[in-house]
Design a protein around this ligand. Structure first.
Ligand SMILES: [Zn+2]
Length: 630
């Protein structure tokens, strides 16, 4: 039964040779090229699973060059460097000169030439997708290739560069942008689509048409897109939507309402003398959309102006014409960028406080002001420059005594420039360190002793050069020893000690020479750093070796205790050793520290961790401090 019908149908086709079609029918289909519907006066149709389209569709929509010779019925299609030659009712075509068999040949219906779409499209490197449910043929030319996707962070622009300007579609929803690009991407090519200044997140994925970017914008940013020099540009910016103004006798405050987190820069131009002194504030990646408030009778500012200073990048410029060289500050606050003009600061008093082994030199101002502190090493002084501060103190001197009984003074310097009050504190050559504290409107310089000032310590990193010490899992003891030693050197020097290393690189130094170095300079301490090893891999912990004198034993005890506290490894105690050269031959307190066991896998992995080695150095330092100072 079924067979019979098939046979009859086949016979029918052979007789007719071509399909009977009438639009619209269930045979009708739609063709989309790069998501654009193909409009044609005659309908494409499907014949034996092959989509046939009028020849014109190929020339007008696929971008191929078409030549049709009506006498020979020869069709020549060319696209880029590829040529396809077909002939009406001929099952053979030539693709780039190569003979190829077709499923269905080109045919003429109602005086129109129809050609097989997929065959042609695919030979021109396009992608053909058949959506059977909706009876749609989708063709993606994909002949365009993405060359690069990159950010110009300064301009706030994501650039998409392709061979030809890519076709794209954009969907936007709240803070997300979905950008579909019709273009192919080379395999294994990476693009950096994310930018932390403008985006919360960025994803890139492949689609039938090419690629899709999904970008999540950060709060307060808007975007636009345009093509320039063949590059698709996605630009991000924010819109400044307000400038608020508040004034008092003491200050004038302008708050620039910026919805997004952007960068800004400020500087002054002109001079008070030539009456054109002004503060310029540039806000990057922004556009102005605000009114300038009325500021009649302001104490500090004669006028405020704003403009779109540049568009690539987008810069909003706000200019404040100032009445004089006033104290101003520009800072980011929650409500926006605050620009505040104030009367100059006044230094009310300078006071000295000595307590707990510290001296504080306190500059009491009536308001906060910017300041800088520099050390003048040659003159043993600290120089403090207070910005926009009244100069009534200049030329004055104040003497004082440090906590350690030494003399110091503060001199306010005579030479004055730029509205700055300059104070010079003499701190002598007393090994004092200083900290800067600010409290309310005070600038406080706190002096204290460098705890190890005047002390000389010799650090001896064990082994070196041809002698690697213990070796486990490719890790050399000599390298671990040296690393801990260098870290210890830094902490000691930061605290005022003078440090001599028996070696600072991977060289071998004779053991007597190591001890001799310390004896020669009459060092206060000698510390040799090693790592332990044992035949038993389970053995773990910290050990300190000493030569039996009262002082060396006490030093070893203090170091051992401090290191155990710092590292939390097992306390294997201190061990008396009489045959070890470096601890026997040194005249000062000395010890050999065995930080941990290289033969124990857990200890070894700790030794390989820089954080652990730093902790070890600090543990040894604390022991030294305890032994020498407390
Ligand atoms: Zn060793």
């Amino acid at each position: 039964m079924t067979k019979k019908i098939v046979i009859i149908l086949l016979a029918l086709f052979i007789l007719i040779k071509a399909p009977i079609f009438a639009a619209p029918s269930k045979n009708s289909i739609e063709v989309f090229i790069d998501d654009k519907k193909v409009i044609s006066d005659v309908m494409p149709f499907i014949y034996k699973d092959t989509t046939m389209v009028p020849l014109r569709v190929i020339s007008e929509n696929l971008g191929a060059k078409v030549n049709y010779e009506s006498v020979s019925k020869k069709i020549t299609l060319s696209f880029k460097n590829n040529t396809i030659i077909l002939k009406v009712n001929d099952l053979y075509a030539y693709v780039g000169g190569k003979k190829t068999k077709l499923q269905i040949p080109p045919m003429i219906i109602s005086n129109r030439v129809f050609v097989p779409l997929r065959f042609i499209a695919e030979n021109f490197e396009a992608k053909v997708i058949w959506d059977g449910q909706n009876r749609i043929v989708r063709i993606y030319k994909k002949n365009n290739e993405i060359k690069n996707i990159y950010w110009d962070e300064n301009e706030g622009v994501l650039n998409i560069e392709a061979e030809n300007p890519p076709e794209y579609s954009i969907q936007e929803k709240e803070n997300s942008i979905i950008l579909d690009l019709t273009a192919k991407v080379k395999e294994n090519q990476n693009f950096y689509v994310y930018n932390g200044k403008f985006l919360k997140d960025a994803q890139i994925s492949f689609t039938d048409a090419g690629i899709r970017l999904i970008l999540e914008k950060k709060e307060g940013f808007l975007n636009e897109y345009f093509e320039k020099d063949g590059v698709l540009k996605l630009k991000f910016f924010t819109v400044i939507d307000g400038l608020e103004y508040a004034k008092s006798t003491e200050s004038s405050k302008f708050t620039v309402k910026v919805p997004a987190n952007i960068e800004f820069k400020y500087f002054t131009l002109g001079s008070v003398n030539s009456n054109d002194y002004r503060l310029v504030v540039d806000l990057y990646n922004s556009r102005p959309a605000f009114h300038i408030p009325r500021i009649d009778g302001d104490n500090f500012v004669t006028s405020v102006r704003s403009s779109q200073f540049s568009i690539n990048p987008d810069i909003t410029r706000i200019v404040f014409d100032m009445k004089g060289d006033f104290n101003f500050l520009v800072k980011k606050e929650e409500e926006g960028l605050v620009v505040e003009f104030r009367n100059n600061a006044k230094l009310l008093d300078v006071s000295i406080e000595n307590k707990d082994g510290k001296t504080q030199v306190i500059f009491g101002l009536d308001k906060t002001t910017a300041y800088s502190i520099n050390e003048d090493v040659l003159r043993n002084t600290l120089v403090i420059e207070m910005d926009k501060t009244d100069l009534i103190y200049r030329g004055k001197t104040q003497d004082f005594t440090f906590f350690n009984g030494m003399k110091g003074n503060v001199i306010f310097e005579e030479d004055v420039n730029n509205n700055k009050l300059k104070a010079r504190i003499y701190k002598g050559d007393y090994g004092l360190q200083h900290n800067i504290l600010t409290l309310d409107n005070k600038i406080i310089i706190e002096f204290s002793s460098l705890s190890l000032f005047g002390k000389t310590i010799v650090i001896d990193p064990g082994h070196g050069g041809n002698d690697p010490g213990a070796v486990y899992q490719g890790v050399y003891e000599k390298d671990i020893n040296l690393d801990i030693a260098l870290r210890l050197k830094k902490v000691l020097e930061d605290n005022g000690a003078k440090v001599l290393m028996t070696r600072e690189s991977d060289i071998y130094v004779n053991l007597y020479a190591r001890a001799g170095m310390a004896n020669e300079i009459n060092a206060d301490l000698f510390v040799s750093i090693h790592c332990n090893s044992s035949l038993n891999p389970l053995t773990s912990g910290i050990q300190t070796l000493y030569f039996p004198t009262m002082e060396k034993k006490r030093f070893a005890e203090v170091i051992q205790k401090s290191l155990v506290e710092a590292l939390g490894l097992k306390d294997l105690g201190i061990v008396e050793r009489t045959a070890l050269v470096v601890i026997r031959e040194t005249n000062m307190p000395s010890c050999i520290i065995e930080v941990a066991f290289m033969s124990n896998p857990n200890d070894l992995s700790l030794l390989m961790d820089p954080n652990f080695r730093q902790k070890a150095a600090e543990g040894i330092f604390k022991g030294i401090l305890k032994f020498l100072v407390y």
